[in-house]
Design a protein around this ligand. Structure first.
Ligand code: 13P
Length: 276
């Protein structure tokens, strides 16, 4: 598959952190720190109760709003749940689905994740689908099979005309919030290659070339540059470091630098034959 330049995509997943005042401060600091750059697409995903207030701060800026989950029904007797229409009304463009914390701590199945993906896309939301193996699965050489299963099940019956609104986040479970074990850039690149290959089998090469694949799992300012310069690593889904504006913005800057380098090298004349 020939290399394609895809816009880097950096997303802050605030998980169940912040309070109203912190959410306001953090969102404002990100908007102010972003400036007018267009190289990296940036999204913030606060907890549900702060979507409206963060949305107000992001309005008119280059930072998009995303949610961390949804329930796959338009409305109904689903106490405590939030529908795609409600998220759209609050100004959400994106929704994170299939996060490992929901799969492993809340028991979400591949089939349920798939239902959410299809309903979210049909409603008009852009989906960030998370996939990734546990340490036991990696140690048992099951990473590829696991990614294959999560993609095959998670993307079953997704209409081809919605694929441009879908991105994948590769988040190895063992690397999330873990400063001792985080994926090396090489491991991230290998997993992204597996994901893109499987996606190409399912939806064709053209869709796979256009697909943004983010890496997630202890991305920090000091490892972001090494990850972003890897082939097929199109951005990051960030937990802990997205709660500190300076760290998040430093990761965005690493994305901008990596994009500039990619642009430069793609505009250099390509050698078709090895130099003797
Ligand atoms: P950390 O960046 O805290 O490891 O979290 C990653 C993650 O789960 C993002 O969705």
């Amino acid at each position: 598959m020939s290399p394609a330049i895809r816009q880097k995509f950096v997303v802050g997943n605030w998980k169940m952190y912040t309070n109203a005042a912190d959410a306001r401060r953090l969102a404002k600091a990100v908007v102010d720190g972003m400036g007018a750059q267009e190289r990296v697409s940036v999204t913030l995903c606060p907890p549900f109760p702060y979507l409206a207030l963060v949305g107000e701060i992001l309005e008119g800026s280059r930072v998009a709003l995303g949610a961390q989950n949804l329930y796959p029904e338009k409305e109904g007797p689903f106490t405590g749940e939030v529908s795609p229409t409600m998220l759209l009304e609050l100004g959400c463009k994106y929704v994170i689905l299939g996060h490992s914390e929901r799969r492993h701590k809340l028991g979400e199945s591949d089939a349920f994740v798939n239902q959410k993906v299809r309903v979210a896309l049909a409603a008009g939301l852009d989906v960030i689908l998370c996939v990734g193996e546990t340490l036991e699965q990696r140690n048992a050489n099951q990473t590829e099979a696991l990614l294959d299963r999560q993609l095959t099940c998670g993307l079953a019956d997704v209409p081809a005309d919605t694929l441009t609104r879908l991105s994948i986040a590769y988040e190895p479970v063992w690397a999330i919030g873990n400063l001792e074990h985080h994926a090396t850039p090489q491991q991230a690149e290998e997993a992204h290659t597996v994901i893109r290959r499987r996606f190409a089998q399912m939806f064709g090469k053209k869709s796979a070339q256009a697909l943004a694949i983010q890496y997630g799992g202890s991305v920090k300012p000091d490892n972001a540059a090494a990850l972003f310069c890897r082939h097929g690593v199109d951005g990051a889904l960030i937990g802990g470091a997205s709660l500190i504006a300076d760290q998040f913005l430093a990761i965005v800057r690493a994305g901008i630098n990596a994009s500039q380098t990619e642009e430069k090298s793609s505009s250099m004349p390509q050698l078709t034959k090895p130099v003797a």
